[in-house]
Design a protein around this ligand. Structure first.
Ligand SMILES: *Cc1c(COP(=O)(O)O)cnc(C)c1O
Ligand SMILES: [Zn+2]
Length: 408
């Protein structure tokens, strides 16, 4: 691992801050020696239909672990109706709701847990905004590890239920995510546990790169022109770029890192605010938004996300809760994909970029949909109405609007 700031090199241990400058540590990728691009592509294609097909690019000593929940290899769908609605040429949806616990967090947990097992940990833990709780509890259950999952106590009920069911130690903290995270940093100092997003964070973060690899492979070994993706801590957003960068450097794909557009909810938008103000200092905020999975008021990778958006000619935008609801509806109505609030944020920002004329019709755009709509059901309540009728044909005729040609 190397320090992102001063470049000091460290061994692959459960360590996450630089001893010299307190900068974050990042796994430094070393390409498999003596393998050329064609051989590497064949090796990937012969691998399993999960993120372990990219094991050569992940920080594990013993290759792909067996017997865990297979994460990744989610669908990349061409969204022509959405593109048409937005006046865009080519839009793709990377549907990461199609993971074992229905969010992209299965990727980061798969990698962090595999490394935690290699390092000999018997207890895993996390501080979560919701989806990470589901993933840690499930993957720990599959791996036979003890787990402690810390969440803000006001989390969506669906996410709490879909965590507790796995038999984890579920700790509901009276406070917001940033309070939970602070508490967990303290707990991590007292107990020798593998906190997937604290002391295991460099490994956790590497899991996100696999979204970029999959998109490139699914597009026929090509890089899209633009990525639109959500930002909470900024880890996913920055690692997607790292994934493309690594493959470009290796010659697995041609081109440049895509234009990177970040998406936040206005009720928790420290990164979008920093971008708008032309600084990379993300002033912490107190989150107040329906997009709870993105509600991190003090984002660890915020400055790197701002820098990345600027460097690639992208931007970081924020959308209101109302726009988030409309984003969820827009995606559902045009693609058949029901996403949670984070996906609503991403779709709403895509719409905003299209309306602002930021996207050229010739561009190939990929929107990263990170979670499942059934986990945040409450936010779509009241956005439509069912016809209530009696169980008689007359009642059906009387109450239900029929398609024009049938009614005539
Ligand atoms: C965690 C999460 C994200 C982004 O998280 P980062 O901290 O920015 O990596 C995006 N969408 C969903 C649904 C999430 O759960
Ligand atoms: Zn350092």
């Amino acid at each position: 691992m190397t320090c992102k700031e001063c470049k000091t090199v460290y061994p692959l241990e459960a360590k996450y801050v630089c001893e010299r400058c307190f900068g974050p540590l990042e796994v430094a990728y070393a390409p498999p020696a003596e393998i050329d691009a064609d051989a590497l592509r064949r090796r990937i294609q012969a691998g399993p239909h999960s993120l372990w097909r990219y094991r050569d690019f992940l920080p594990l000593a013993n290759g792909a672990p067996r017997g865990l929940l297979p994460a990744g290899w989610t669908p990349l769908l061409k969204a022509d109706r959405l593109a048409e609605r937005l006046g865009l040429g080519e839009v793709w949806i990377k549907n990461d709701a199609a993971n074992p616990t229905h969010s992209f967090k299965d990727r980061v947990v798969a990698v962090a847990l595999a490394r935690a097992k290699e390092l000999g940990y018997e207890v895993v833990a996390c501080a979560s905004t919701g989806n990470l709780a589901n993933a840690v509890a499930a993957h720990a259950a599959a791996a036979g590890l003890d787990s402690y999952v810390f969440i803000p106590s006001d989390l969506e009920e669906q996410k709490i239920l879909a965590t507790g069911v796995y038999g984890t130690h579920l700790v509901a903290v009276r406070g917001n995510y940033d309070d939970v995270n602070r508490l967990c940093t303290e707990v991590a100092g007292e107990h020798d546990w593998a906190f997937v997003n604290i002391n295991m964070r460099p490994y956790y973060a590497e899991g996100s790169k696999t979204i970029a690899y999959e998109i490139a492979e699914q597009l026929g070994w090509a890089v899209p022109d633009r990525i639109v993706g959500p930002i909470a801590s900024g880890s996913l957003f920055t690692k997607i770029a790292k994934g493309f960068e690594e493959w470009i450097e290796l010659g697995l794909v041609k081109g440049a890192v895509p234009t990177m557009n970040g998406a936040q909810a206005a009720g928790c938008s420290p990164v979008a605010t920093a971008f708008a103000e032309g600084t990379d200092i993300c002033r912490p905020v107190k989150p107040d938004t329906i997009a709870k999975s993105l509600a991190i008021g003090n984002p660890a990778d915020g400055p790197y996300a701002v820098e990345l958006a600027r460097k690639t000619g992208g931007a970081i935008d924020a959308v209101s809760d109302d726009e988030v609801r409309q984003g969820i509806k827009l995606l559902a109505e045009t693609t058949g994909i029901f996403t949670e609030t984070a996906g609503g944020v991403t779709t709403a920002v895509l719409k905003k970029l299209a309306e602002r004329g930021d996207i050229d019709p010739n561009e190939r755009v990929v929107a990263i949909i990170t979670g499942e709509g059934l986990k945040t059901l409450d936010v779509v309540r009241g956005t439509f109405e069912a016809y209530e009728i009696d169980a008689r044909y007359e009642s059906f005729e009387e109450k239900v609007d029929l398609p024009a040609e049938v009614a005539a």
